[in-house]
Design a protein around this ligand. Structure first.
Ligand code: ADP
Ligand code: MG
Length: 846
């Protein structure tokens, strides 16, 4: 009997008492995935006409679990028990237990939120916290809260943080079951110097061979990140002769079903199973006593260079490696070997960050928006940050999938039907219009992965390769074209290793791109897109489609001498030196690499495609604007009208379209002067002083009627100055004095110098220039010696404005500021004199 039987009664009691949600935590192998769905059906907890849907993160697990449960119930797969994954639906009208992967459940909830025919949804392996799992849970909660109060929701995992989940699901039943586990001895491979530094599969094979030889009992489970590493490990194990002692069983999603089944089925001989992380917690394999862990996994990760979520190989967390090690202790005490050092182990993250906190959310947001749902209004377990949603919304707007109000456009709705990153659904949609879908699937495949072309040191060979990869009509137009050609040739050569070596083609990248292209094509076909490529000029058709998919990365060359580009969203960067588009003015970049420079972040543009300016308006009709404005032309040195063409915030073109009439030009120049973008040659210190002096008198001598000169009056002066002038030279060299003079009447003009003189005459006959400050103070600055015999309280404006005297030492440094010289001589002067006399004995000191 499986340990999970402990929860049969509590589960029944809870659900019979009316609770509709539960959290189940039980170790791997205890029976969650296979037994709980059966309990719900067999205990009559869901109605006889209703189905239990189990959400699995992996297709492989969905199929194998369905197969196992069908076996246990002595049924045929697809009858009572079935599964549905992308491209594969093995279920029928009688199906009561259905294992599904993410996208399918999601689609179902969005299309029919009341989920007809579904009695329970179980979210399995919830600890993995995939974006789709989080989203499905939020949507299922919403369904339950709004229209299906009877729907049963169960969240299951071996390693849950059940506390926060329980709070979120409350009211809910919390179920737990123990499991049999045996101790597992953990070792690190760091000391095995003989193999350190070799490829991970060679290391693994070496250790497996040793384990098989040294330990007489039990199977070995090897964890590798993906299909490629698994096939290399198989090769290395064969080389080590392991096959003579054990059956070698690969396990990953791309294998044919019978091989997948073989990995789980018991056989007469010992087994070495080489698996992806599907064997970490999703599937339990009987008889495993030893685990060899490469410590890596292919996980969805945000790739900022491509602004895409893609699968990247990454180091697993400590929690994951503990789960993997645990697989050795199912039946008896076990042994787990980690192919990394213990020091490094403690530097690894404790657990993975949930996808919702680290992936790009564009696809999720588009899915919701296309269903007219607001992500902010969903009952999330952990809501996405507003910032992440904003970024996603901006990107979708760039692709034309959301309108300015954030709602899905028609294109956006079509894009949402593809289970793809929006960038690629945009590409396929555009390609369908342009008649180049099959070609575009290849472009998507190479744009998604790493470059197929390795640098070749032999120059002749490099040139030959260039010729080999160049097709007529494609030269210099896109970095993707040679990549696509390399992919096609590699396929023709069946990825022959020697051929790849000769031509500098990255074999693994080619293999991956080829698989990805097949997937994209299959998907395009399943969405009913025409894949016979009727475009008469496929290269142009593809380039137009690429523009639609990379509209957030349009760049304009700033000049011909450099590789510098100005990009939309106010970014700048350089084309990579290897780009074939160096002769193009306008490009899109499928790859943007950020570089830190002393001046901030700079970009390197790769995988570029040349585009035509006219395509911008055709592809994004709302985003190309033509505006007119006036500007002071620096070379023509006059005011001109210009017409500007913009793509979003990128200035594409600026053309002189004529000259404004004299009055308009003058008004424009006035603004330039006011904003201090234009300096007048004759507007010097004496002018500003004159204004300050007039302003002072306006304040202190109101009876004379001096006009105050504020911003409005200044503008008036500038207008008169610019009147009738259109060239910069005329304005810059104009003489302000006649205009200033006209501001005052004769009396004022005559009295100005007397009442507010520019200079002050000192007792010894020297003249000192007065400083008229903005706040109305007037400063007389002079050395001590020049001030002897001055009046005690010097003043101007008929004595109405006392001067502030700045008394300087012989070295011109101020020693005192006062408006009462008389007091100074009597008090502070004595101290000043004492200090300075010693230093300046030759000066006069009274
Ligand atoms: P859990 O989901 O709790 O990890 P499962 O329901 O997947 O557990 O498995 C429960 C038990 O059923 C396992 O311990 C294993 O013994 C058995 N089992 C499950 N799937 C298979 C299979 N495909 N072949 C053989 N045994 C299986
Ligand atoms: Mg399970």
């Amino acid at each position: 009997m499986l340990p999970i039987e402990e929860i049969r009664q509590p589960l029944r009691t809870a659900l019979k008492s009316g609770l509709r949600r539960f959290v189940l935590e039980a170790p791997t192998g205890s029976g969650k995935s296979t037994q709980v769905p059966q309990m719900l059906v067999d205990e009559g907890l869901v109605a006889p006409n209703q189905m239990v849907v189990v959400l699995q993160p992996r297709r492989l697990a969905a199929r194998l679990l369905a197969r196992r449960v069908a076996q246990e119930r002595n049924g045929k797969l697809g009858d009572e028990v079935g599964y549905q994954v992308r491209f594969d639906n093995i279920s029928g009208p009688r199906t009561r237990i259905k294992f599904v992967t993410e996208a399918l459940l999601l689609r179902q909830i969005l299309e029919q939120p009341n989920l007809p025919g579904i009695g329970a949804i179980l979210l399995d392996e919830f600890h993995e916290r995939h974006l789709h799992g989080d989203l499905s849970l939020a949507l299922a909660m919403r369904t339950q809260q709004t229209c299906r109060p009877d729907l049963i929701l169960g969240v299951m995992s071996a390693t849950l943080q059940a506390g926060p989940l329980e709070t979120y699901l409350s009211p809910c039943a919390r179920l737990r079951s123990g499991g049999r586990t045996h101790p597992v001895e953990i070792a690190y491979s760091k000391d095995a110097r003989a193999v350190a530094g070799l490829p991970i599969w060679t290391q693994a094979a070496h250790h497996v061979a040793k384990l098989i030889a040294e330990r007489p009992e039990g199977d070995v489970l090897v964890f590798m990140p993906g299909a490629y590493e698994i096939s290399r490990t198989l090769g290395a194990l064969r080389e080590q002769g392991v096959e003579r002692f054990a059956d070698l069983r690969p396990l990953h999603g791309e294998l044919p079903p019978d091989q997948q089944d073989a990995a789980l089925d018991p056989g007469p001989r010992r087994k070495v199973i080489i698996s992806t992380n599907v064997a970490e917690t999703s599937l339990t394999i009987e008889g495993v006593r030893m685990v060899v862990d490469a410590g890596l996994a292919r996980v969805p990760a945000y790739d900022p260079q491509r602004h895409l979520n893609t699968l990247l190989t990454q180091k697993i967390s400590r929690a994951s490696s503990d789960q993997r090690a645990g697989r050795a202790g199912r039946t008896a005490p076990g042994y787990a070997l980690r192919l990394w050092g213990e020091n490094e182990h403690w530097q690894r993250p404790e657990v993975e960050t949930p996808e919702i906190g680290r992936l790009d959310l564009s696809e999720t947001l588009l899915t919701l928006r296309a269903a007219d749902l607001d992500p902010a209004a969903l009952p999330w377990f952990e809501p996405p940050t507003p910032k992440a949603l904003e970024r996603a919304a901006e990107f979708l707007h760039d692709l034309g999938a959301l309108d300015a109000t954030g709602h899905a456009t028609e294109d956006g709705r079509s894009m949402a039907r593809f289970p793809l990153e929006p960038r690629f659904s945009r590409l396929l949609l555009a390609a369908a219009r342009n008649g180049c879908v099959a070609f575009a699937t290849k472009a998507a495949a190479v744009a998604q992965g790493r470059s197929l072309l390795l640098p070749l040191s032999d120059e002749r060979r490099a040139e030959d390769r260039e010729t080999k990869l160049e097709r007529p009509g494609e030269a210099g137009l896109s970095d993707l074209f040679p990549e696509i050609r390399a992919l096609e040739l590699a396929e023709q050569e069946r990825f022959d290793w020697g051929w790849c070596q000769t031509w500098g083609i990255h074999q693994q990248a080619a293999l991956q791109a080829s698989k990805a292209a097949v997937q994209f094509l299959r998907l395009a076909k399943s969405q009913g897109l025409p894949t016979d490529d009727p475009a008469s000029d496929p290269a142009t058709a593809l380039r137009r489609s690429i523009l639609a998919a990379f509209g957030d990365r349009v760049g304009l060359r700033m000049d011909r001498a450099t590789l510098r580009c100005q990009l939309v969203h106010n970014r700048r960067g350089d084309l990579r030196k290897t780009c074939v588009t160096r002769k193009a003015d306008l490009i899109v970049a499928a790859e943007l690499e950020e570089r830190e420079t002393p001046h901030g972040v700079d970009l390197l543009l790769g995988m570029t495609t040349a585009i035509e300016p006219a395509w911008l308006a055709e592809t994004f009709p709302d985003d190309v604007r033509v505006t007119s404005k006036m500007l002071l032309h620096q070379e023509l040195r006059k005011v001109v009208n210009v017409r500007e063409r913009w793509f979003r915030d990128l200035l594409l073109e600026s053309k002189i379209s004529g000259e404004p009439d004299a009055e308009t030009a003058a008004r424009f120049l006035v603004e330039e002067i006011v904003e201090e973008r234009l300096q007048l040659k004759n507007w010097d210190g004496s002018v500003t002083r004159w204004i300050a002096r007039v302003n002072l008198l306006a304040k202190v001598c109101p009876e004379h009627g001096f006009p105050a000169i504020g911003p409005d009056e200044l503008r008036l002066i500038y207008e008169q100055l610019c009147h009738g002038k259109t060239t910069l030279k005329e304005v810059r060299e104009s003489d302000p004095w006649p205009i200033l003079g006209m501001f005052l009447n004769d009396f004022q003009n005559n009295e100005l110098d007397r009442l507010a003189p520019e200079h002050w005459t000192l007792p010894n006959g020297r003249r000192s220039r007065l400083r008229y400050e903005d706040d109305g103070t007037v400063v007389l600055s002079a050395t001590v010696q020049h001030l002897y015999d001055s009046p005690a309280k010097p003043a101007i404006a008929d004595g109405r404005c006392a001067l502030l005297v700045e008394i300087l030492a012989p070295n011109q440094r101020p020693v005192q500021v006062t408006s009462d010289l008389g007091r100074f001589w009597e008090s502070a002067y004595h101290e000043v004199k004492k200090q300075l006399k010693g230093r300046y004995p030759r000066h006069e000191w009274r």
